[in-house]
Design a protein around this ligand. Sequence first.
Ligand code: GDD
Ligand code: MG
Length: 383
Amino acid sequence: MRIESGKQIEHLGAVRIHPVRRVLELDSGTIPSQFKESVGPQRIERDVIAGIQQKMAIVLPIKGEGLKVFEGVLCGVPHDCLMIVVSNSQRGEIDDFKKEQETLNQFCTTTRRNAIIIHQKDPCLGQALADCGYSQILDEKGLVRSGKAEGMIVGILLSLVLGKEYVGFIDTDNYIPGAVWEYAQHYAIGFTLSESPYVMVRILWRYKPKISGELYFKKWGRVSEITNRYINHFISTKGVFETDIIKTANAGEHAMSLQLAKKLTYATSYSVETQELMSVFEQFSGMSPILDKAVAGKGVDIIQTETINPHIHGEKGEEHLIQDMLMPSLSVIYHNPLCEDTTKELITKQLVELECISPGGEVPQLKMFPPPEIAILRSWPLS
Ligand code: GDD
Ligand code: MG
């Protein structure tokens, strides 16, 4: 693959935020070029990408998606990655989870690969998490709570237990298997661009087309545009230069080194991606005392890359976007201990304008989950 060179990196204490890099070639070939490699774009060899993918788990959260679409997603995940499907689909008389199991089983048999599938509400999973003291993620019945973030955390824990080094997330309502494949390539190349073991790779879709009569290649979703604006405002208040560096505040498609993933605090449901950034800033920007000296020494890289494939997925309506995604995303910025008054005021004004809260109303606070490493440390205490 060939990717644009990184331009100006923004520093926030030990955190390095890289500007979006565009992928230029999905395949940069194997034959040494007769032309001198230019200084700018970087070429990343296939075997380097494969080497990382062998150490990477791809977590596929699913809740009631069409089986054909799910199967297409499976086809797009590179063979060397371990797939971990975390489902919260319907069980009972009409058992969607069973159908997902069968689809995965058949796929793995014909393609000669291994994968894991687990239901988020499996009582054994709830019990195991209670036993290792990670009960914040459980509901009153002792089962893992519903939500995409909750499924992702289960995926992170399984990746850790299985000894993987990296974890990437890909939604299962993606209609373009080629885009799925591209995300997994981006994750791998993102990891090669950092020398730190603490890395996050976040994907910016080149286009997110709207299909209403005719196809229109829309660049920005409304939610991401607004969340990016406030997170950038938050960062700008920490220095004297205004910035618009963050373009991926809601990036559902993203990956992390497990060394980093296990240290972050997560927020429930669809606010998870914004909270990951806020957690990095809170823990490693130096604005609060940095407790983890190892991370402070190496630094954390936030790498953003732009795809070539467009992103086409199931659309769930305006109400879902505002209530389930935008409000929670702004809430985690607002309630972060580092958020100062001007950003808070702007967020409140925005939420009132969108009629998410009434004038004078409080910005709701979300449920948070502690770093997954506490579960791992309690189940396998280090000697
Ligand atoms: N395991 C699990 N548990 N999976 C779930 C759950 C759950 O409770 N709820 C949803 N999912 C799965 C869906 O089946 C889908 O594969 C994926 O999580 C994303 O859910 P969607 O409902 O399709 O989210 P979206 O398309 O509105 O938003 C996506 O893109 C946003 C950026 O535009 C998500 O990835 C967001 O997190 C992201 O911010
Ligand atoms: Mg979706």
